[in-house]
Structures are given as C-alpha cells and as structure tokens.
Design a binder for this molecule. Sequence first.
Ligand code: G6P
Length: 612
Amino acid sequence: MCGIVGYIGTKKASPILINGLLKLEYRGYDSSGISTMENGYISNMKDKGRVKNLYDLPGINDLNGTIGIAHTRWATHGKPCKENSHPHMDNSNTFSVVHNGIIENYVELKQFLLDNGYHFLSETDTEIIPNLIHYYYTKNSENTDRLLNSVYLACKDLKGSYAIEVLCKEEPDYMIVARKDSPLVIGVGEQENYVCSDIPAVLSYTKNFYLLNDGDFAKLSKDDVSFYDNNLSPITKELKNIDWDVSSCEKDGYEDFMLKEIYEQPKSVRETIGSRLKKDEKINFDDIGFSKEVLQKFNRIYLVACGTAMHAGLAVKPLLEKLCHITTIVDIASEFRYREPLIDENTLCIYISQSGETADTIAALKLAKSKGATTIAVSNVIGSSITREADYTIYTHAGPEIAVASTKAYTSQITLLTLLALYFAEVLESVPVDKINNIKEELLLLPEKLTEVLKDSDRIKDFAHKVYTEKDVFFLGRGTDYTVAMEASLKLKEISYIHSEAYASGELKHGPIALIENGITVIGILTDPFLVEKSVSNLQEVITRGAKTLIITNQELNTSSYDEVINIPNTNPLISPILSIIPLQLFSYYISKEKGLDVDKPRNLAKSVTVE
Ligand code: G6P
C-alpha cells in the first residue's frame, strides 16, 4: 500500500528520503511527500502523482535538515491530491506524521477533536493523528518523556492499523515510530538510523535491521534506538542481518522490474529448491519436522491467500490431494476470515503471501490459530508480519519482487508447496516411491526448462502486437491448466487493463460461449495428456465461431487450426503450471508495453495490501 521512509543522522535527510521513496514507489504512487526538521522548524513538502514530482518542487533542494520522514501514498480515505498527501501536520505545525494503514474509528476521533477546537485540512483519516498527539502533548507537560508518551496515548485511541513516524519541532533530536498491523522496520547505521515500511528502501545504506512487532513503539535518535511494548515498558530487540544484495532491488539493465523478474525465474526456482531437494535423497523440511503421527492427524488442509498467491494455492491443491490423500480446500483470505470455516486442531492451514503483510491473509491466519489449527506461513520476506504469527514458516527465497504484478513469487510458491507435498507424502508413505521420485526428478530439471521457455519470447511479443487492441481475452484450460488460465487472466487484467476471463474449458458451453464471436482472442493451455483431447474439442468450438487462438502446449498436436502455438518443455502435469505460466506472463508484459502503460506500477493496484 503506502510506503514509509525515515532518517535521523548527520547527513542531509531529503535525498535519502526521496531515494528511499523511489525504491518503495511500487507500494503506492498516488502522491508523495516529505518533512524535514531544521532550526526548530518542520518543512513539509508534498504533491500529487509520482515521487519524481517531489524533485521539481521549488525549495526541495534547500531542505538541509538531518532528520526527516517521507511517504508515498495509495489512497484509501480521500482522493489523491496535495491536501490528502502525507506528511500531515497538526494545527499548530508542531507535529508531522506519516501513516500507513487505516484508522477505523477516525470519524469519532475527528468529532472529538472538532469538539476540542481542532480543524482539518484534508479528507484523510491520518490527519487526526498529529492533532491527537498535540492534544495529549499539551496535557502532558509534566512528563519527562513527553513526546513518546503523547504518541503512546494517541495510539491507544486508534482502532485499525497503523505504522507511523512522528516528528515534533519541540524535540528536534528524536523521532517516534509505532506499528500495529502494518509493517515497519528500523535500519541501523553509524551515527544514523533509518525507518522504512519495506527493507529495499534503505538497503543501499544498511543491512542491519530491527523488526518491530505489533504494538511496539521506538524512540530514535541519531545514535540510539529504544524499544517499548504496548504498555510502554522498555524491551530489547535482536539486530538482524538481511543478506539481500542491493543489485537484486535494481533493474539490472532490464526495461522494467517485471521483465527482470520474469527472466529471473530459472534462478529463483533453483533458490527455492535450495537444499530441500537433492538427487536420491529424501526431501528436507527439518524446519517443520512433522512425524507420520502428526500428519495422519490432519484430516483437512486449507490453502489460504489473496491474488496470485491464491492461484499458487489452486495449482498445488491437486498435488496435496493426489500425493497425500488429504482433502485440500483453497480459499480467498478475505472470504475465509468471515466464512466461519470448519477448523479444529486436526486442520492444517497454510497461508501463502509473497509480502507476508497482506492484511486479509494475516487475519485469516489469526482466526485459524484461535481455533487450534496448525498454521504454516509461506512467505518471501524474512521476518514479515505473517511469519511472526504462524506456528511454522517456510520461505520461498525468490529474492525481492518489486513489480506490482507477481511473477517469480508465483512459480516459487508452487515449487515450495510442491516440495512440501512431496515431503508429506514421503513421511506418510501415501503413494508409491516411483511417483514421488518422478516429480522430484522433474523439479530438479525445472531451472533448465524455464530457461528454454524464456527463449521463445519474440514469438509471444509478435502475438501480443497482433492482439493488444482487443477489449476481451479468454483463457481456457482443464485441471492444473485451468489454474494457470486464472493466473494468466489476472496478469493481463492487472497490467494491460484488458478485460479477460478464465474458464474451465468444459464450462465454456454453459454460458461463456455466447460471448465468442468473430475475431475474439482465446488462449488455450494444454499440458495434461489425460485432458488434452477434451480441451482440443473445446478449442474447436471457439475456432468454429471465429476466435483467434494462441496455444501453450507440451503435447504433440495437430496445430494447423491455431493462429499461434508456443511449445514448452514436457514435465509432470502436476507441476506444469511452473512452466506454462511463463509465456503468459510475457504475453501480459508485451501487451502492456504495446499499450504504452506503466508495467511495474499499474493503476489502482499496490504490491502489498495492508488494509482490508
Ligand atoms: C496484491 C498484489 C498481488 C498479490 C496480492 C497478494 O493484490 O498486487 O500481486 O498477489 O496482493 O499479495 P501477497 O503479498 O500476500 O502474496
């Protein structure tokens, strides 16, 4: 959603803050702003639109303060405009605040402040925070730690989610930060400290981080950080070293992050496999270490997630069912959390989240835990919120994913969950060893096969050129190919703004075929030898009605009736989504480029959705 950066040290803060915002722009890009403090005065500059607009603001280069906060916004309350941009200040211009999250009781708090003589300049929920802090600060004049205390009291009044940074011109050597249900970390340097909602923002300055938990507060000076829990009692934290290299957060010569991330998949899948799978050895999940008795206890598995991560869950459901013989249900986190799902201590709930910060997924996990289920988080971000809630965490190790549209995280999630399903099957001894060994062998071949698929990008680019003006595109598949169709359709919507539908091929005749007319684009995915004939017949039905067709296949077919055929390497059908999605990721990418759109930052979307 929104991105936060903060700096306190000996250097000029504004370039560090703006540089950090540029790295975080994928989280939100409706507007941005910065506050720095110097000579007892807080300068506040902000504007609608992209972070680069900040560079053009008159006077931005004159900000010489060595302490500052900054924000890039993804609008929730109030339209994207300068007034609604962060930072927000209180009426007396004493406090400046940036905020990620949503204050659910802001209407009531706003009324309270209005009744106490405050006024408001924006439509945001955030603007109540600096004013509430001011309210407590004026009442709190005796307190020795007045700023920290006032922020604490204000936070006690807030319902909802927040990660905040607070500056106060009366206390120019400190910054206070706090978090609840919204990410925030503190980076530590020499005589300087950083704050950010996402590690890549400051990774070029430090690799040492403190991770804040929900309810934590921190008080930062240039050479110290003190931590407090939700009762304001002092606590200590362990400094963590984050070993992502800076170049993995840069474009590395690619035109866009999305393209770079698509091309990184041979490497990211190899990293995901890591040391969990070695030739002729059993799968290693010592970090989970379930015994046969524990696994036999589970009578149901839930895979819960949002967006692309949910599609990864759909892709592995057949694996878990076929290899482990445990009923597996895939659910959308925002539905699951309000559905009163049937969960007890015999349920295994697996939560998939690239960012590990998706509000609905975290809430769904908390719900399952409260009902006694065993929970596993599958995440790409070390120390992210979800990993701190789950009983067990397994990491995809795909490296930072910056483009809003998820690509390499999806293939890594499927890879990791496939390994997990194989591990369960080995412990349970639920299927013949040959069956397990075949998938293991195929997994080890994936990086090579992914490299091969990526070589066909020019033909996909040509097909994208032929169809980029279309208004509707259909994706069809059966079995795991249908799950790929869903992910491909989401990708196309996200970055090309073309309406698209994914259908199980067999369902076509029950309604959607009415929409097929001359010239419409239909994309078929055919990788399962048991289902291919049926899918071919369904494709004939659309060709007869004039559809233009692109086929992604690893089967030997009579291809003469299709407009374009992309052949991909053969593999076990249970893991074919890892290969068959690649041409379709490229297809969406090239369509978006043909249309001249911003691939990495599609309109209205955010990389990490930390609100409901
Ligand atoms: C957002 C992103 C999607 C992502 C989804 C779930 O909607 O735009 O790309 O799939 O959130 O994110 P997560 O971090 O939980 O995997």
